[in-house]
Write a protein that binds this ligand. Structure first.
Ligand code: AMP
Length: 130
């Protein structure tokens, strides 16, 4: 069971954003920018391009809804999309609110993000999710 499956199962706490029958979204615990969100399929698959066409399409549409909520909740020009998957072997899409290119620099993460601020950001994004 991956750490993301344990989050989905409620065994590990997270700053939850949204879920449906097949997908789950929560804040990245080591954000590159405030509002950095992960979208994951509940069905455990390591590599995103090993998902079926149907799953990948549905995941993209779910990520779109989450990105719209991020854009509505936080001041940003656009929401950037990245797939890395080098650390956690459970397919996921990174969504990061952007004001400039440097906001998506994965080699510079916010150190020790304030839990209260993370909670408030999650709530703001969650309340804009449709
Ligand atoms: P990667 O697999 O390279 O896309 O990186 C995995 C991402 O998952 C990193 O940005 C981590 O900060 C994030 N991450 C790892 N564990 C957790 C967790 N328990 N809650 C939220 N995000 C996590």
């Amino acid at each position: 069971m991956t750490i993301f499956s344990r989050i989905i199962a409620g065994e590990i706490p997270c700053y939850k954003i949204a879920e449906d029958d097949n997908f789950f979204a929560f804040l990245d615990i080591n954000p590159v920018n405030w509002g950095h969100t992960l979208v994951v399929p509940k069905h455990e698959t390591d590599y995103i391009f090993d998902l079926s066409d149907e799953e990948l399409s549905a995941m993209t549409l779910f990520a779109k809804r989450v990105a719209k909520a991020i854009k509505a909740a936080l001041p940003c020009r656009k929401v950037g999309v990245t797939v890395l998957g080098l650390e956690v072997p459970h397919a996921h899409i990174h969504l990061v609110p952007l004001k400039n290119e440097g906001d998506m620099d994965f080699s510079h993460k916010i150190s020790d993000p304030d839990p209260e601020k993370m909670k408030q950001i999650a709530e703001a994004i969650r309340s804009n999710f449709e």
